[in-house]
Write a protein that binds this ligand. Structure first.
Ligand code: UGA
Length: 442
């Protein structure tokens, strides 16, 4: 099938490359010329494991091409996927203007019958508006079927998620479009669920909101564990053994970040509010998450009294490992709060430093060498569970830091291992290890 993907961001590019890999003829369009030029040379503008080799391969074998030209992209396509950004507006609502801009361009460009399929996360009802736009704008003799096909790709494992996902959701009211979409996805051997359009749109929001709820739930339990002397790792493990609960998204920490959970939870609260149904549960999930972002700086303040002039090693800038994405990363809140307290920060990340520098600028120092970050530090804060941090030899802390005090926001180390070292180790929902007596006047 001839496929076009509108948008070469995380979702669009993975979709384009993976459909090409699956044997389809794919054109990927983006309005940014520099991005397209980079992609044509086989380079991806962000970090996504496994994506670049597939990009190079499919460019070479002619299955995949890139363009900024709508005519080239849309006129001959059988299926057009819309995968442009749907950023958050100031009030938490979703900015769907890029979606509608793409729809107008498609309506003005298509020359044959086509399925237009929305991959981007859009508020319930958006695809109905898309249908109306096509009704008004498309050439009369051309038939356009609108399908909602939300994506469930995680950054850092998006290629694997594309080929080995749990389900594919296809929302359409047209049996012929459903059958074409089925043919497209059948070779992947992933269960396909057919729904109406609005339910497909809602499945995406409800899924992300539920996953975020699990995280805030376990984080609240971890805060209570802290107070009653229980260990969240054991509690979470014991809960996850119940198949009805499951083990995923029960990793306690300093909260969720990224370009999806924070945005989608707020959007669903807005959506519910718009139909006069306050979504109080989800509002609490968001509140708990915000509180969690500030947890470690509060704990550090409690320990030191004042953080003014203290040297902090911030380990991890990306919102999670295996990505260079710092959108809504917890590290950003930690940096802001530590700077307000007058701390001096050196931040370590293996790949997210350039992105962080663009946003934070020169108010902190950056390094891609953990030891460099720890050198002479009064305390360390772990914000991302990178393997490089998890596998760091534990004597490094005492060897490099002025005082080996570690606030671990991702429970990277076992307490048993930590107990063998001269360290003060504060983690999430677990007893503190205080093998070094700390003196606040340091
Ligand atoms: C999320 C969903 O997992 C995908 O299914 C969805 O397609 C995607 O959003 C999207 O809407 O596009 P993503 O944001 O890439 O994917 O990352 P996740 O792996 O879900 O992690 C999100 C955040 O939750 C991270 O900050 C992570 O550190 C945090 N998290 C995750 C926890 O704090 N605890 C956990 O147990 C799991």
């Amino acid at each position: 099938m001839k496929i076009t993907v509108a948008g070469a961001g995380n979702v669009g590019l993975v979709t384009a490359v993976c459909f090409a890999e699956a044997g389809h003829q794919v054109t990927c369009l983006d309005t940014q010329k520099e991005k397209i030029e980079m992609l044509e040379k086989g380079h991806i503008p962000f970090f996504e494991p496994g994506l670049e080799p597939l990009l190079e391969k499919n460019l070479l074998n002619g299955q995949l091409c890139f363009t900024t030209n709508p005519n080239q992209a849309y006129s001959e396509a059988d299926i057009i996927f819309i995968a442009v950004g749907t950023p958050e507006k100031k009030d938490g609502a979703v900015d769907v203007s890029y979606i509608y801009a793409a729809v107008y361009t498609i309506a003005n460009t298509i020359q044959k019958d086509v399925i237009v399929c929305t991959k981007s996360t859009v508020p319930v009802g958006t695809n109905d508006t898309i249908k109306q736009i096509f009704q008004q704008r498309k050439p009369r003799h051309i038939k356009v079927d609108v399908v909602s096909n939300p994506e469930f790709l995680r950054e850092g494992s998006a290629v694997m998620d594309f080929f080995l996902g749990d389900r594919i959701v296809i929302g359409t009211d047209n049996p012929k479009a459903a059958s074409i979409m089925e043919q497209l996805y059948l070779p992947l051997k992933i269960p396909i669920l057919f729904t109406d359009i609005r339910s497909a749109e809602m499945i995406k929001y409800a899924s992300n909101a539920f996953l975020a709820t699990k995280i805030s739930f376990i984080n609240e339990i971890s805060n209570i564990c802290d107070k009653v002397g229980a260990n969240i790792e054991e509690v979470s493990y014991g809960m996850g053994m119940d198949k009805r609960i499951g083990t995923s998204n029960l990793q306690a920490g300093i909260g969720y970040g990224g370009s999806c959970f924070p945005k989608d939870t707020k959007a669903l609260v807005q959506l519910a509010g718009n139909v006069h149904h306050p979504f109080e549960l989800l509002e609490s999930v968001i509140k708990v998450n915000q509180h969690q972002h500030s947890l470690l700086v509060s704990k550090a303040k409690e320990m030191f009294g004042s953080l003014k002039g203290k040297k902090a090693a911030l380990l991890g800038l990306a919102f999670k490992p295996e990505t260079d994405d710092i959108r809504e990363a917890v590290s950003l809140t930690i940096i802001k709060e530590l700077l307000e307290e007058g701390s001096i920060i050196t931040a370590y990340d293996p790949i997210a430093v350039p992105n962080a520098h663009k946003v934070i600028g020169n108010s902190i120092e950056y390094t891609t060498n953990i030891r460099q970050a720890l050198k002479g530090a009064d305390f360390a804060v772990i914000a991302t569970e990178w393997d490089q941090i998890k596998h760091l030899s534990l004597d490094t802390y005492a060897a490099y830091m002025k005082e080996p005090i570690v606030f671990d926001g991702r429970n990277c180390y076992s307490l048993k291992d930590m107990e063998r070292y001269p360290i003060t180790y504060v983690s999430i929902g677990r007893p503190t290890i205080a093998n070094v007596k700390h003196s606040p006047q340091h």
